[in-house]
Design a protein around this ligand. Sequence first.
Ligand code: SF4
Length: 456
Amino acid sequence: MTLTEKILARAAGKPRVQAGDNIWVSADVLMTHDVCGPGTIGVFHREFGKTAKVWDRQKVVIIPDHYIFTADSKSNRNVDILREFSREQGLPYFYDVIDDPNGNWVYDAAKGNLRRQYGSRYAGVCHAALPAKGHTRPGEILFGTDSHTCMAGAFNQFATGIGNTDAGFVMGTGKLLIKVPETMRFRLEGKLQPGVMAKDLILHVIGEIGFDGATYRAMQFDGPGVTSLSMDDRMTVANMAIEAGGKNAIFPFDARTAEYVDARVQLNGTKSHYEPVEADTDQSFVYDMVVDLSKLEPTVACHPDPGQRKKAREMGNMKLDRAYLGSCTGGKTSDFVEFARVLRGKKVVIDTFGVPATPDIVRDLQTTYWGDKTIWDVLVDAGVRMTENAGCAACLGGPVDTFGRMNQPGLKCISATNRNFPGRMGDKESQVFLASPATVAASALTGHVTDPRDCR
Ligand code: SF4
């Protein structure tokens, strides 16, 4: 069996499963957020009753992160619905925006969008917060009401996005009927070269198979090249499986996985026991591709979909209006470090926005010094508009006052985010070009798409 099949077989209580089998599996974690949480709660109440209790309070994780720093009252209200539900249910893992369990969330636009407006429990973008808060464990099943839930496949876990109806059912029963996906294998060899990042790997792969090339399939990344990839790198790759239509992504378990997971579960006091899965010798793949990491180059996914692959060096004529670093895919500490390494001592020439994925990342950037300056200050000095309000921000557009949102037609943005369908970051006539943090930084310095290796 493949890694995905082994996890699903265990979760179904079966010795063996194969692609195409329909099986009932037990969830280890159900995650929802402010956009889908109210709908999921509505389904749960409708189907199980107003006084019903969730199947397991320890396994429901609620993370407001999407439409948070906005004066839009309906969006603010969604956070209040999550708080009321978490209080009624006694959920220990609700990462509220405010500290008052009986309060209401109101964003104060008068304070501006750069200084933090959240309390001590706020966790930021769900997919970055889940592993950081100790909710991702090898060998487990994670369902989330968000398509990029597949990011947790970096941790040798079956993680996939589900809709509100399925999530309402899982909330009540802890079970879900799913079809075992076929597995596509991407065998990684070699090592990424300077200036080339994990984002370039996944953009290369999606360019190879197309934005629907993995529809309802597991994307298994294995081979000797995996060991050179950090956990942040693996998260970047797994996050974008859904951009090829993938049901999930999955990486093997190794010492790096153990080190990351063990540290996070200990720090947060979450469940520490887990059982990783290892590859069998009799794996069956529907597709098998070798990727030599050392041959990859800075890559861009052009408007209007993540499969429109080009090399950054072929795109020097593409003028840009803005640059954006952020999201679950591209707003991690390591992403900002690489971004700052390219920008250090220089000035951007186009509007450039930086949105860390979580408050912990804000803290990392504000407390890590390069000489006499923090990384945060290096970026501010380079002209980047850095916000402390960690969250999804303009990755998915959001309400009109969202930080970094593209509100005018025709704007072209190079972005470290993960999705670039028309209108994704705001106006439906705007265009998004997906790239690595290094390529976003190099392009912000020139105002056109630029290979970071030409910027040293
Ligand atoms: S940062 Fe973007 S991709 Fe990630 S969860 Fe938020 S909206 Fe979705």
